[in-house]
Ligand binder design. Sequence first.
Ligand SMILES: [Zn+2]
Length: 202
Amino acid sequence: MGSIKIAIGVAFVWLSICCGTNPAQNEAPPSPTPSKIAADRFAYPIGDGKKLTAARDSKDAWFNALDFGADNHLGEDWNKNSGGNTDCGEPVYAAANGSVAFAGDAGPGWGNVVIVTHLLPDGEKVQTLYGHLKEILRAEGEVKIREKIGTIGNANGKYLCHLHFELRESSSPMWDKAGPGYSTDRSGWLDPSDFIDARYER
Ligand SMILES: [Zn+2]
C-alpha cells in the first residue's frame, strides 16, 4: 500500500509541474488584424475552379440561375446543372485570399452566411458573400483562394439548394453585413462574374 501512496504522490507532483497553468498562455490573444495577403487573383467559389459561364450547358457542371441585376438581384445564384437539390453539401471555396469578416446565421431568407474581406493589390478592399450555406467551415481568420469555407445549403429549407454569391465594394452600405439580397439600388455591389473574369488566372 505504501508504494501505491508514493506512486500517487509522485503522479500528483508530476501533474502539478507539468500541467500547471502558465500565466503567459492565458493572456488574451491579439485582436484580429485585417488580411495583409493581397487578393491578387480571383476564382469562382464552386466547382473545380475553372472559369464558368452563366449558361446551363454541358460544358460546365454549374450554371447561374439568377444573374446579378436580374429582378434586382444583388448577387448570382449558382446551381449544379443536375438540378434540384443535387448540389446540397457541395463545397464552397473562398474566391480569393482574404479574411473572414462575418460568419453565422443571418436570419430567415439567408441561413448561414460567410463574408470575406479581400485586400486588392491596389490597396482597395472588396468583400465576397456566400449565402444559404448548409455548413460554415471557416468562421474566422485568414483564408486562401480556393480554401473550403462552407457547403451549399438551402437557408434552413427555404429554397432549393444553391449558392447566393455577392461581390461588394467598400462603399457598400452593407459592408460586413448580409444585406437585403435584392435592391433597385445596386450601388456598392459589383457583378461577381465580371469581377472574377477580369482577375482570373490559372
Ligand atoms: Zn440569390
